[in-house]
Design a protein around this ligand. Structure first.
Ligand code: ANZ
Length: 505
């Protein structure tokens, strides 16, 4: 026996043996139990790192162990090959994203092969190939037809110098990573997957997930973020029209402590106020600066401006002023909140800053309310009872919520509502190097999914990356992500003017 381990000799010989004997090929065999061992596909960044080695070693040990136990093992490998680094490389080194990606795949495949992992290479795939993304597009068109993918305006980070959309990670301290320009929030049409339709199932099925750490399940639960509360309206009259300002609250028991209503800077009422108030317009413009990440919005110093409008409290009939607040998210609930400074910490900070009134309506035994400083118990719904709340005095949280929801319902101004923090999933990539969105803007039939027999819709190859503006995203033009149908291809389609054989939508 050899004294020394000589990897170059031993591993080459072993790998040659495995290769010649085709031990890694998964062959269908109904007599054996199946074992499918799929490790997460790597992004083809160029070189393997030790994390890859660790990760794929674990999978390989499992695959080989089960093979030895008599299972029919399938351990495939592939490349999660679309993404921004390919475009960055294209910008920096002037290499087309496809060339850069395929070269990286070749280099990393060679490294994985040298490591001797038992992958069935005959089943290798790369997500950037038309043969693969054809099926992504097939799924997209099926989901689109079912209404599970739809189009609506979405807010993105807009770099006004580079004229491009940036990912959250590319916004550094509110500025574009490349141009240094102050980033603006912009609304553009995007595609969304309607995952919120499944929010209840996603939540309840977490309980049946076995083998996952409790912490991971909790994170999922918080991400789905189920809130049970009341959705109701403050009526108001504007320009002679009767209108309603809707809010969502989990603390309807504090409704008698409302001293103002706050709307998001993008809320229609804020925009309406901006038409007649330069101060409101300036505040909204200021809020547009900076990225769209929710975490940043949550930690920002509270600020706002009075719209000059007021709405009617649905139970007391009193007039309540409407403010625009930077802490109100347009994407959650109704983009507006009933503000109760005495019992909500954000409203408390806001009211203190702008000297707005605070009205204590919840009491906890043994505690004294002091408007000078926030104390934890102000928000305590478990131990509080209603005070200074007319008919609701003495009720606990749940009793008050039930009664108030009932009273609002009787007035036709609200009802109980379950709200989820989970958002529909924005799937327009805004970038070139991604799966083309298979939607056709047909002059005859409007916006329709591409026909199955025409898939895949391939990425155009005639693109340049010498400037940041994507040459295949003309404005005005197709929505973000529909870059696959390049302007040239679009004009060709339109020139041929073949109406799709589908009814217009
Ligand atoms: C009044 C109130 C009083 C509230 C109080 C809390 C405590 P979760 O649990 O996360 O669902 N809210 C509603 N819509 C909002 C929006 N678009 N942007 C920012 N905040 C919003 O939180 C629900 C609470 O978040 C709601 O209940 C509302 O403030 C606020 F003592 O209403 B609450």
């Amino acid at each position: 026996m050899q004294e020394k381990y000589l990897p170059a000799d031993i591993e080459t010989a072993a790998q040659k043996h495995w290769h010649d004997a085709r031990t890694d090929l998964a062959v269908e065999n109904p007599d054996k139990p199946k074992y499918y061992c799929l490790s997460m596909f790597p992004y083809p960044s160029g070189k393997l790192h030790m994390g890859h080695v660790r990760n794929y070693t674990i999978g390989d040990v499992l695959a080989r162990y089960h093979g030895m136990q008599g299972y029919n093992v399938l351990q495939p490998m592939g490349w999660d090959a679309f993404g921004m680094p390919a475009e960055n490389a294209a910008l920096q080194n002037n290499v087309p994203p496809a060339k850069w990606t395929y070269e990286n795949i070749d280099a990393m495949r060679a490294q994985l092969q040298r490591l001797g992992f038992a992958f069935d290479w005959s089943r290798e795939l790369a997500t950037c190939t038309p043969e693969y993304y054809r099926w992504e597009q097939w799924l997209f068109t099926r989901l689109f037809e079912k209404g599970l993918i739809y189009k609506k305006l979405g807010t993105v980070n807009w770099d006004p110098v580079d004229h491009t959309v940036l990912a959250n990670e590319q916004v550094i301290d509110g500025r574009g990573w490349r141009s240094g320009a102050l980033i603006e929030k912009r609304e553009i049409p995007m595609y969304y997957m309607a995952i919120t339709k499944y929010a209840n199932e996603l939540l309840s099925d977490l309980d049946s997930l076995t083998g996952w750490p409790e912490q991971v399940r909790l994170m999922q639960k918080n991400w789905i973020g189920k809130s049970v509360g009341v959705r109701f309206a403050f009526p108001y009259t504007l320009d002679g029209q009767d209108e309603q300002l809707w809010v969502f609250t989990t603390r309807a028991d504090t409704i008698m402590g409302v001293t103002y209503v706050a709307v998001a800077p993008e809320h229609p009422l804020a925009l309406r106020a901006a038409e007649q108030s330069p101060a409101v317009a300036a505040f909204i413009a200021e809020c547009k600066q900076g990225g769209v990440a929710e975490a940043d919005l949550a930690t920002m110093e509270k600020s706002g401006v009075d719209t000059g409008f007021s709405v009617t409290h649905p139970l007391t009939g009193e007039q309540v002023p409407v403010w625009v607040g930077n802490y109100v998210l347009m994407g959650y609930g109704d983009g507006a909140v009933m503000a109760v400074p005495a019992h909500d910490e954000r409203d408390f900070a806001f009211a203190k800053k702008y000297a707005l009134p605070m009205k204590q309506v919840i009491a906890v035994e043994g505690e004294t309310f002091d408007p000078a400083a926030w104390q934890e118990w102000y928000g305590d719904k478990q131990h509080g009872v209603c005070i200074d709340s007319g008919a609701y005095d003495g009720l606990n949280h749940q009793q008050a919520v039930d009664q108030i929801a009932g009273d609002l319902y009787a007035k036709g101004l609200g009802e109980k509502k379950t709200q989820f923090r989970l958002r529909d999933w924005g799937i327009s990539r805004q970038r070139y190097w991604g799966c083309p969105i298979p939607v056709v803007h047909c002059e005859a039939c409007g916006v329709v999914p591409e026909k199955k027999e025409n898939l895949p819709v391939e990425l155009p190859k005639d693109v340049t990356f010498d400037r940041p503006v994507s040459s295949i995203w003309p404005r005005p033009g197709p929505s973000a992500g529909e870059t696959a149908i390049s302007s040239a291809a679009m004009s060709e389609r339109q020139a041929n003017a073949q109406p799709c054989s589908r009814p217009a939508r």
